[in-house]
Write a protein that binds this ligand. Structure first.
Ligand SMILES: Nc1ncnc2c1ncn2[C@@H]1O[C@H](COP(=O)(O)OP(=O)(O)O)[C@@H](O)[C@H]1O
Ligand SMILES: [Mg+2]
Length: 256
């Protein structure tokens, strides 16, 4: 795996200030008590033949706007299932999930798509970039779905890549021409393309070496300081130091 250098703090701070995601939102980054995510007794049961798997077995918690949360647990504890609930990618078997005070169970598919589009950015361990598209084009994809004009898309995508500290000479590179850390930066820029208030990350450093993983977590920390609520799920105890709040999950239940 390739390492990456961290960039100078001052330059980075400037970029964060320039970010489309800061501005008004930064002023609101006051860690207010309003929960932006709420789960009430959420269960997710998978049925495999005769067997029932309680991937989530009655999970309740609330996450405050502006928080930086890590959800920690070993492999198979239900972390991805949980994050998919918050990200409107999956619905509970029972219980309630609210995002921005909207009860997801009351929405149809279009409603869920709208909530997801307006509120959620998602990043993954495997980056999940489209291999045939350049970095810039990958970041533009969510803006196309959001109906932005081509000129505005390009301009915004470049700003998002810059904000994610991708050296601009990589803007026209395809994923296989970039290191893991660079691909994750593109994925973060894409996740933030529509300025969502919530960024969800599923093991975002799992495919990166320690130093690059640290740089990515630093970037998430800066985005959080600029107003984005960040929720990271991980089995890596080292990531806990970045969080304001830690939630522990074991066998589909919150243990702390
Ligand atoms: N689509 C599925 N079908 C059946 N079982 C699943 C499915 N997805 C996850 N599980 C099971 O649910 C549990 C929690 O999985 P997951 O949320 O992926 O855990 P984690 O992300 O913490 O590793 C595991 O036992 C897993 O095998
Ligand atoms: Mg997982």
């Amino acid at each position: 795996m390739q390492q990456e250098k961290s960039s100078p703090d001052t330059a980075r701070k400037k970029r964060i200030a320039l970010s489309a995601n800061s501005g008004k939102k930064a002023q609101k980054a006051n860690h207010s008590t309003h929960p932006i995510v709420q789960l009430q007794n959420v269960k997710r049961i998978y049925t495999l033949g005769e067997n029932k798997i309680y991937a989530l077995n009655g999970v309740s918690f609330a996450i405050k706007k502006g928080d930086f949360v890590t959800i920690m647990g070993s492999s198979g504890s239900g972390k991805s299932t949980l994050l998919n609930m918050i990200g409107c990618l999956d619905l509970p078997s029972s219980g309630k999930v609210k995002v921005n005070n909207v009860d997801l169970s009351k929405l149809d598919d279009d409603g869920l798509t709208a909530i997801r589009r307006n509120n959620i950015g998602f990043i993954f361990q495997q980056f999940n970039l489209i291999p045939t598209l350049t970095a810039l084009e990958n970041v533009e994809i969510p803006m196309i779905f959001n109906g932005e004009s081509p000129a505005r898309r390009r301009k915004k995508a470049l700003a998002m890549l810059k904000n994610a500290d991708l050296p601009l000479e990589y803007a026209n590179h395809k994923p296989n021409e970039m290191s893991g850390g660079q691909q994750q930066r593109v994925a973060i820029a894409r996740a933030l393309a529509n300025n969502p208030p919530i960024l969800l990350a599923d093991e975002p450093t799992g495919n990166l070496d320690t130093k690059t993983g640290h740089n990515i977590m630093e970037l998430l920390k800066e985005l959080n300081a600029a107003g984005t609520t960040v929720i990271v799920v991980t089995h890596d105890p080292k990531l806990e130091e970045y969080a304001h709040t830690t939630i522990r999950i074991q066998d589909g239940e919150i243990i702390e």
